[in-house]
Design a protein around this ligand. Structure first.
Ligand code: FAD
Length: 497
């Protein structure tokens, strides 16, 4: 409420924010969570909370009048369509040279993502978070995160027979024929539920094409895991459609937090002021970086150090499709939840998930999201004239990612006698090199903060989300974000409360 004083305020309700709020509440602390997106707990007129990928409506995009689908074309024909402007679930946030996809709502990215819950290989961890004790992570915090998130693995025997993973079996067969290992990837989807979907005994979600705009049944988003636990403590208040715009030292100690309450048009209806003893920035890599960059530059938090806004990376994301022969159909029924990938990380720097193309018709296409060790890093800066934060990324910076992905797909094409699809991202465009699903960095651990996320320059201010991770995790990032948050909040509760 306006004028309130709270012990702890958490900005954002994604992975980092949910871990912080839960552990603080369990330690007896009252927590106020502030989320700019909607609650996503009420069905629309169609009886569903979330809309379907094949028929995006106002619920699909954050304050856009036209969809911006990652796969923008089919046979070269643009498939984006007009939608009413609304505080929808998926933000396609445009910066120069890159569109950054993010979830908006209570649960953050967990609402929109594929649920792939991957713990990086131990030997790669030193390059991911060099200042963090790997033994502690692999013995304690990765297991804690996996348990808290409800991570599970597909039944390999079922994988071998079900229609809905024919596309992934084609991906496996072709990878193996070219000498690449295919690995199963854990996910937070309820695999027993998916079996029931396939058997026709449960309402379909993964098998109904739901992805990107929310999942109505089988996926264990944070709403079903950490946030359900948070609600059970009775010590946490969550305010959706509230956006933090400023944090600055309060005269009597603690911090003054300015919050805009917005309506579903995105317009501010009320501006509120809250005082908090401690503030956790958990607005996601982009949200936290934008806030801190602005607050440092505009004089609200001038003592933040010069690492603010730096070290931002795209986790080396790049997409492509391949056209298979007519005797290699990928199936008209495709589970939207990916369950495996091609691991060529050590040799060429690419971990490529075999992704679905859930169009409902046979496409003979194989579709991949590659994660690569792209060395390029962007910087956020305050643009006073335009009153916004800019990111200096360039599309050409994806070239190393394309080269790394080609080590896999050029070889598979040569072996299979196949070609790339050129019609999925425009007219004659092989690579989608203008987006990322995995923004990381901008307030890097042990640089902008100490080794536990305490911001340099201010006691009682913390970063606890993907902004801490310096640009790459070698695999999909949310398990690492969650595990790092578990590690940091344990230390903070033990020493700072
Ligand atoms: P987020 O989850 O982004 O949460 C931040 C929250 O803060 C958001 O809810 C946001 O609305 C809110 N916020 C921002 N600014 C403010 C503000 N000023 N005031 C109030 N609230 C604010 N990762 C994987 O590991 N596996 C996958 O399979 C996977 N698939 C993905 C698919 C898609 C389409 C996308 C977009 C992402 C995917 N990811 C995946 C990435 C993953 O979802 C993110 O890495 C993760 O959500 C980041 O967690 P976070 O805690 O840093 O922030």
């Amino acid at each position: 409420d306006n004028g309130a004083h709270v012990p702890v305020l958490v900005i954002g309700t994604g992975y980092g924010g949910s871990v912080a709020a839960l552990r603080l509440a369990q330690a007896g602390v009252n927590v106020q969570m502030v989320e700019m997106g909607m609650a996503w707990d009420t069905p629309g007129s169609d009886g569903k909370i979330f809309c379907n990928t094949t028929s995006p409506d106002n619920r699909s995009y954050w304050l856009r009048t036209k969809t911006k689908q990652p796969l923008s074309n089919f046979f070269g024909i643009p498939i984006d369509k007009s939608i009413p402007r609304y505080t929808g679930i998926l933000d396609a946030e445009d910066f120069s040279g890159i569109t950054v996809y993010q979830g908006r709502g209570v649960g953050g990215g967990s609402l929109v993502n594929g649920g792939m819950a991957v713990t990086p290989k131990r030997e790669n961890f030193g390059a991911i978070l060099p200042s963090v004790n790997a033994d502690e992570m692999y013995n304690t915090y990765y297991p804690r995160a996996n348990a808290g998130l409800g991570v599970g693995m597909i039944d390999p025997a079922w994988f071998d027979t079900t229609d809905c993973y024919q596309y992934a079996r084609v991906g496996r067969k072709q990878a193996q024929r070219s000498g690449f290992p295919f690995v199963f990837v854990p996910d937070v989807y309820d695999w027993d539920y998916m079996k029931q979907e396939a058997a026709g005994t449960a309402t379909k979600s993964a098998l109904a094409g739901e992805i990107l705009y929310g999942n109505n049944y089988g996926k264990k988003s944070l709403q079903k895991t950490y946030i359900a636990q948070i609600k059970a403590t009775g010590k946490v208040t969550i305010s959706p459609l509230h956006k933090v715009t400023s944090v600055s030292p309060a005269s009597g100690g603690g911090y003054t937090v300015l919050i805009d309450q917005i309506n579903t048009n995105g317009d501010t209806t009320v501006t509120k002021t809250v005082t908090a003893d401690k503030v956790f920035f958990a607005a996601g890599s982009v949200g936290t970086s934008k806030l801190l960059t602005k607050l440092k530059a505009t004089g609200a938090l001038p003592n933040l150090n010069s690492e603010i806004g730096k070290g931002w990376g795209d986790n080396g994301n790049v997409m492509c499709g391949r056209a298979n022969h007519i005797w290699d159909p990928t199936g008209s029924l495709q589970a939207t939840i990916p369950c495996g990938g091609i691991d060529n990380w050590a040799a060429g720097g690419a971990f490529a998930e075999v992704a679905p193309l859930p169009t409902g018709i046979e496409t003979f296409a194989s579709f991949y999201l590659s994660i690569t060790k792209n060395p390029n890093r962007g910087t956020f800066t305050w643009n006073a004239g335009a009153n916004r934060v800019d990111l200096d990324w360039q599309t050409a910076w994806k070239q190393p990612s394309i080269d790394m992905a080609k080590t896999i797909f050029d070889k598979i094409n040569a072996k299979e006698g196949t070609i790339y699809r050129t019609d999925l991202f425009g007219v004659y465009k092989i690579w989608n090199d203008t987006l990322t699903y995995h923004p990381l960095g901008g307030a890097v651990l042990n640089k902008a903060t100490d080794n536990y996320g305490r911001l340099h320059g201010y006691s009682g201010l913390y970063v606890i989300d993907g902004a801490l991770i310096p640009g790459n995790t070698s695999v999909n990032p949310f398990v690492t974000i969650t595990a790092l948050a578990e590690r940091n909040i344990e230390k903070i509760i033990a020493t700072d409360l």
